[in-house]
Design a protein around this ligand. Structure first.
Ligand code: C2E
Ligand code: MG
Ligand code: MG
Ligand code: MG
Length: 277
């Protein structure tokens, strides 16, 4: 039955109405049992350096195997967690789990970095910095190996708050990446106002680079913008050799995408590190 209700048959509206009628307490219970039963887990996608031919980082991506709905993609369920506020406990779990995984790789001698996704909604929680420090200490993780990828999922009304939260995070030594750059309404304004360390160009631009002159121009402009700001770029969504060669030619050296590897489990990622690095 789980298969009949698989993700392909569930559009966002159906998904929301299925989960919406559950009240917050029910949803909270569901989250708790999903975490306990391992129905929510992380996979990792390598970020690959075209200069050194090494994996330099992993991006942690959350996965949820719902008992009745089946596999739900984070693009669908993260917004629901944001709406209900449960993104906060989920985010804490994700951060802890990711740090544990990073410590494990490091203890095996692999000095990769780890990128973790945060929505702006997650930055606005009480004791954020204390929680981050506690988790780092507990897992013996060096913050210099962490990148927080920020995605614009909501409109910020008081940007000053976020400027200082982001500065506090950077003071810990954690780097900040602007994720999906170029897709949000406020990408440029955030770039101008927030102190960030990395730009991740959204995959929608690279997807259409061959067919759309406009997308190619936008892509190249972002590359040039990042260069002028001295910001490293990660290009996500590289699926073909042609795309890889194109971005290399225009000076983008860090890529992430199915061409190199899909997101994989922590153990498989460890094996890939042994093979590659
Ligand atoms: P994102 O952070 O931009 O992550 C990249 C997404 O692109 C991932 O989708 C990844 O599987 C997919 N992807 C990677 N390479 C390729 C490729 O070559 N081609 C295509 N077509 N897709 C590729 P995923 O895992 O479904 O995640 C979707 C979004 O959900 C993420 O976008 C991120 O915004 C959010 N998300 C995922 N995990 C977390 C999390 O732990 N916390 C939060 N707050 N958000 C998360
Ligand atoms: Mg990301
Ligand atoms: Mg992205
Ligand atoms: Mg995204």
């Amino acid at each position: 039955e789980d298969q009949r209700l698989s993700i392909k048959k569930f559009n966002q509206h159906q998904l929301e109405s299925t989960i919406d009628f559950l009240n917050r307490r029910y949803f909270e219970k569901e989250l708790q049992s999903a975490l306990i039963e391992g129905k929510i887990d992380l996979v990792y996608q390598p970020q690959y350096c075209l200069n050194t031919n090494k994996i330099i980082a992993a991006e942690a991506l959350v996965r949820w195997h719902h008992p009745t709905i089946g596999k739900i993609s984070p693009g669908q369920f993260i917004p629901l967690f944001e709406k209900s506020g449960l993104i906060i406990p989920l985010g804490k779990w994700i951060f802890d789990k990711a740090c544990r995984q990073l410590q494990y790789w490091h203890s095996n001698g692999y000095e990769v970095k780890l990128s973790i996704n945060f929505s702006f909604a997650q930055l606005h929680q009480e004791n954020l910095i204390e929680t981050i420090i506690q988790t780092l200490t507990k897992n013996k993780v060096d913050p210099a190996f962490l990148v927080f990828e920020l995605t614009e999922t909501m409109t910020i009304h008081n940007i000053a708050n976020f400027i200082s939260i982001i500065d506090d995070i950077r003071t810990l030594g954690i780097h900040i990446a602007l994720d999906d750059f170029g897709t949000g309404y406020n990408s440029l304004s955030y770039l101008a106002q927030l102190n960030v360390d990395v730009l991740k160009i959204d995959k929608s631009f690279i997807n259409k680079i061959n067919n759309s002159k406009k997308d190619k121009i936008v892509f190249l402009s972002i590359v040039s913008l990042a260069k002028q700001l001295d910001l490293p770029i990660v290009v996500e969504g590289i699926e073909t050799k042609e795309q890889m060669e194109f971005v290399k030619k225009v000076g983008c050296n860090i890529i992430q995408g199915f061409y190199f590897s899909e997101p994989i489990g922590g153990e498989d990622f460890g094996k890939l590190l042994v093979k590659m690095n």
